[in-house]
Design a protein around this ligand. Sequence first.
Ligand code: CU
Length: 325
Amino acid sequence: MYIEGASLYASSHDKLMLWINILTIAAFIILNSVLIYFIIRYRKRSDNDITSPIAGSTILEIVWTVIPSLVLVWLYIWGSIVFIKMRTIPTGENVVDITVTAQQWAWSFAYPSSFRKNPEKPTVLKSNNILYLEEGRPFKLVMSSTDVIHSFFIPSFRIKEDVVPGMYTYTTFTPLISASQKGKGRAEYNIFCTEYCGKDHSGMLGKAIVLSPAKFQEQMEKIETEAGNISSGRGREIFEGNCKSCHSIDGSRLVGPSFKGLWKKDRKFTDGSSAQADENYIRNSVIEPAKQVVEGYPAAMPVQSYGDSEIQSIIEYIKSLSSLK
Ligand SMILES: [Cu+2]
């Protein structure tokens, strides 16, 4: 399956990869055709068929040593050029540093404080599982993990890098809006964790959203102004971004229970205890999901790293889904 490239160096990467494939397939076909031909041509035809004396050919030896060596050296040089290009962090004021934190089983992204408009309120500009990027601007991601080894992978950008506890690794790219999504000023690409990191590794997904410069600016402002806000609207946005894959709002059962009618409902847990779904319960369910596991469901919810205003917004949203207030 071919995934359309969407970063500055994706096309150089793809061209190199294409030639590596062409050359290895060609080598395979040539070698095996000759092998099969010789097996048939020089097979033993009768019991007294004896091999004729074999004389070496210096010219042949030189040809089949020198030509493949030159091809491999060429691939090595070309590969190094592309690799160095892809790994070099661009310099200049334009570069945006983003801190990436991986945790079983979610990503969180912190943007530079220089994007803040309001110096009075030192807000941390943060998003969970959704990485906002500006089209055509170089980015550097400094990454670390709070638990096990993860690996950050955006196939469309042709980047992949391990995220390790106790140290920082980096990746760099200049995102683009790919041809098929041009014109909308916005494009979405998948983020995967590509290092097996435990039970819900396969659910450790995110989205890289590439925006036009104006829309990116708007998004940063939105994150800043909303940082302290509590509203069910914000709760709904968090839900749409990070909870919808496992929780429905129409009563249907997904990986986890539906939020429909959850507010003030009595909950039973696998350890036999019970509680009412109030503010405290929802807060704990979000930050420590493994503590009270709802009966009949697996303990499959990833820990969510949200601040107070986000959790309160989620509570408001869950409240708004119920007629009880
Ligand atoms: Cu992971």
